[in-house]
Design a protein around this ligand. Structure first.
Ligand SMILES: Nc1ncnc2c1ncn2[C@@H]1O[C@H](COP(=O)(O)OP(=O)(O)OP(=O)(O)O)[C@@H](O)[C@H]1O
Ligand SMILES: [Mg+2]
Length: 165
């Protein structure tokens, strides 16, 4: 029988003890991210998605302030690579936003960071690094980061920065 070329995604779990530690994880991602990286961030309000995005920006050498682009859907920042920062929280019609080019091939030159990525579920590129951030019920400042990478580029990135376990 022919072997399938489709490999199962790589996964791992990390914990972060503070907002700074989450930013530091983001910074290391930004430092080594290659063009075409898609970072899909999932997690409830206040999970730390923007903290991670701020770190990515720092790692990319971006000087401008990175906040959740809640009202304009996408912010573009210029650094070593461009960072496209999307927040899908208030998207009323994801299909419409996708049709309007919210995620498109122009972003292959940079790093796309998507908060509330689960709201764009069916429209996300197959190749991506997805990080789900959850609170730790026993420690207000701790977060559990579960990652799942598909495609060589994103698997390399996750293995290098987050590690499997
Ligand atoms: N380990 C941690 N990692 C990240 N943030 C933490 C951590 N511990 C505490 N925090 C705090 O949690 C908050 C996270 O806010 P942030 O804006 O990053 O969340 P978010 O997931 O982007 O929320 P939203 O969905 O509202 O955009 C910050 O106030 C941060 O200081
Ligand atoms: Mg946010």
């Amino acid at each position: 029988m022919e072997q399938s070329a489709v490999r199962s995604p790589a996964t791992g779990t990390r914990s972060s003890a503070s907002a700074d530690a989450t930013q530091e994880i983001g910074r290391r991602i930004g430092e080594v991210a290659e063009p075409g990286t898609v970072l899909a961030l999932v997690g409830p309000l206040g999970a730390g998605k923007t903290q991670l995005a701020k770190g990515v920006a720092r790692g990319l050498g971006i000087a401008s302030v990175v906040n959740s682009p809640t009202f304009i859907l996408m912010n573009e920042h210029v650094g070593r690579l461009r960072m496209y920062h999307i927040d899908a929280y208030r998207l009323e019609d994801p299909e419409d936003a996708i049709a309007a080019g919210l995620i498109d091939e122009r972003q292959v030159d940079g790093v796309t960071v998507i908060e509330w990525a689960d709201r764009l579920a069916g429209w996300l590129p197959d190749e991506r690094l997805e990080i789900t951030i959850d609170a730790d019920p026993e420690d207000a400042d701790r977060r559990i980061l579960r990652w799942r990478a598909s495609g060589d580029r994103h698997t390399r990135l996750a293995d290098g920065v987050l590690g499997r376990s």
